[in-house]
Design a protein around this ligand. Structure first.
Ligand code: M6R
Length: 606
């Protein structure tokens, strides 16, 4: 939610700042803005525009002055609409201090009232503007020391924030801070970067520094100092970014989403690598599993759906009760949690605020935390006892695809591992599942090779007012995921239902011509028969059936065949056609595939 980038060093700052914004635009695209320090004594150069980054780029022209330090912001609006005035950076009254922010300042109303009394003039409706005025006053009272001022201001703020500030009289210097919102440092050769995400600077350096909670960072082209809010200098925690710059490029695909759908065989294979050789203590290294009596999975959106599939696998193989909770609901109902609870937050970004807060709640009540995450060095794994990383690589499209299938793999690996540790799964079954897991990359490849006709079929339903998704067992969370994908990309009413639940109400939605996507359980299973009856029920009421199945199905109006696999692993295959339907529907309806309206990739506010 909001992308933040800062650059200081030997290059002209505009180019790396713009490039960083392009790579971070998936985090928010309501407006974009840049501020550059020109020369000591000269005013800051600043431009900002509502709408996508392209709107800002159009007005830049050749008039941008030479500069070697600057900051840029791409916004997902919270306080104040997506206008030029509300766009970041925001300036203090003298126009010498510029600030960008990601997050929410919860006490901004009182701060603003106090600052207005002190004579500060506000121009925007944002919560952020209070901070720049506060920082301006603090800088004066700290004799011009921007880092000391930032520490002082952070102590006065409530809420979540990543902040970056520059001052017109201090070329080459950028000061940043973070609380509950991401910020990483990129260490280059004679240049430094600050960004919400390593994707912003991955083309320039693979050396990154982690920043912890309530830490302030002060950079120039060749120095970096990190302190806590008391001013104590902290050791630098450097790590190497394993992603390749090309992973964050479209690489010839028309959209990141299509590229990421097609990358799923690799994402699955990479997540499995080295993890299919029997009981491997490394999987849960760092966490003591003895005495665990309950598992609680917490996640949001697509990651929640991966958790729902995980519940089926973990309960069956490890014989332990599993609850799956929407992170945003979890902590506010003050659930019972203790030291025998294993909490599993699932998150692609590792920064989702709802998931982070739910996890902190559980941790503060003694729970053990084992996270599943795709982003190295992000907050959720950093605050966990142990982490199982998915290796999907950077996911740029707002709609999650390859991260989801990689999360499913993580769930299966964990289910197998817990089953082995607890002695609840037979060696034969564990081996059989491992064999099926190893085959998944090539089976997903097969699905990708056969989905082409689905694209033309999807376009036929482009004017439908609603599309329903039915599944049973692990096909039910898959149906929920199919519906979520369609909602976020096609802006179309879509819902996922458990096949058996239909006749308890939702069947009233079926009308002549309603498209219904049915995810068939494995051929020959009892549930496949039950699902076949559910299909007949909706067909009798006029539905058109698009079935995703591993066997022929006479009642289907359209059939998408997927290879057979172990029944628990089927979502990895059956979700792929659902992703393609959503992708194609977005194109057919003229929507922005990679940046759907109103959304942001990483939801770092509650
Ligand atoms: O980064 P996370 O996995 O924690 O994100 C959770 C959800 O915000 C995310 O899965 C969202 O639902 C996707 N945009 C769905 O495609």
């Amino acid at each position: 939610m909001c992308g933040i980038v800062g650059y200081t060093g030997k290059a002209e700052a505009l180019s790396p700042v713009l490039e960083g914004l392009r790579r971070l635009e998936y985090r928010g695209y309501d407006s974009a803005g840049i501020a550059l320090v020109v020369k000591a004594g000269e005013p800051l150069w600043i431009e900002k525009r509502a709408g996508k980054l392209g709107n800002l780029e159009e007005i830049l022209g050749d008039t941008v002055p030479a500069s070697h330090s600057g900051i840029g912001h791409t916004r997902w609006a919270t306080h104040g609409g997506p206008t030029d005035t509300n766009a970041h950076p925001h300036l203090d009254n003298e126009g010498k201090l510029a600030l960008i922010h990601n997050g929410i300042i919860e006490n901004y109303v009182e701060l603003r009232a106090e600052l207005e009394k002190r004579g500060h003039i506000f121009k925007s409706e944002t919560d952020t503007e209070s901070v720049v005025h506060l920082l301006s006053d603090a800088r004066k009272s700290h004799n011009g020391d921007l880092a000391a001022a930032m520490r002082d201001v952070c102590g006065q703020l409530r809420g979540s924030f990543t902040l970056l500030a520059i001052h017109a009289d201090e070329p080459g210097r950028i000061v940043g801070a973070r609380r509950n919102s991401p910020l990483v440092v990129g260490v280059g050769d004679g240049e430094m970067f600050l960004a919400s995400d390593v994707a912003a600077f991955i083309a320039h350096t693979k050396r990154a520094l982690e920043l912890g909670q309530d830490e302030v960072v002060d950079i120039t082209g060749d120095s970096v100092v990190v302190t806590d809010l008391s001013g104590k200098v902290l050791p630098l925690k450097e790590y190497e970014i394993s992603w390749d710059a090309s992973a964050a490029e479209r690489g010839g695909y028309p959209h990141f989403m299509l590229k990421e759908i097609c990358e799923q065989p690799k994402a699955i294979a990479d997540t499995l690598i080295g993890r299919l050789s029997g009981l491997d203590p490394a999987i849960t290294e760092g966490i003591d599993l003895a005495g665990i009596s309950k598992v609680v999975i917490i996640a949001c959106g697509t990651a929640y759906h991966a958790g729902l599939v995980g519940k089926y696998a973990i309960e069956k193989w490890a014989n332990i009760p599993v609850d799956v909770e929407l992170a945003s609901e979890y902590r506010y109902r003050e659930p019972s949690v203790d030291a025998n609870t294993l909490i599993i937050p699932i998150s692609q970004s590792g920064e989702t605020m709802d998931t982070l807060m739910a996890m902190r709640y559980a941790r503060s009540h003694g729970a053990r935390v084992f996270s599943v995450c795709n982003t190295n060095g992000s907050t959720i794994p950093r605050e966990s006892d142990a982490v199982l990383y998915t290796h999907a690589g950077p996911e740029i499209a707002v709609a999650s695809t390859k991260a989801f299938t990689a999360q499913l793999i993580a769930m299966y690996l964990l289910g197998l591992h817990l089953g082995r540790v607890r002695g609840t799964i037979s060696a034969e079954l564990a081996k059989e599942i491992e064999v099926h897991l190893a085959e998944l990359p090539s089976k997903v490849e097969q699905v990708l090779e056969t989905v082409e006709p689905l694209r033309a079929l999807t376009r036929k339903f482009k004017d439908a007012s609603s599309m329903l998704f039915l599944g049973r067992h692990v096909g039910f969370p898959t149906a929920l995921e199919g519906a979520l994908k369609l909602k976020e990309l096609a802006y179309m009413h879509a819902e996922g239902f458990a096949g058996g639940e239909l006749k308890h109400g939702p069947i009233a939605l079926i009308d002549q011509g309603t498209p219904v996507v049915a995810i068939m359980p494995a051929e020959g299973s009892l549930l496949a028969e039950k699902m076949a009856s559910n299909i007949q029920e909706v067909k009798a009421r006029g539905a058109i059936i698009i079935a995703i199945a591993d066997a022929p199905l006479a009642s289907a109006d359209h059939l998408v065949r997927i290879p057979t696999t172990h029944e628990f692993l089927q979502p990895v295959l059956s979700v792929v056609p659902l992703q393609v339907i959503a992708y194609e529907m977005a194109i057919a309806r003229g929507n922005d595939v990679d940046q759907p309206r109103n959304l942001a990739k990483s939801v770092t506010v509650e």
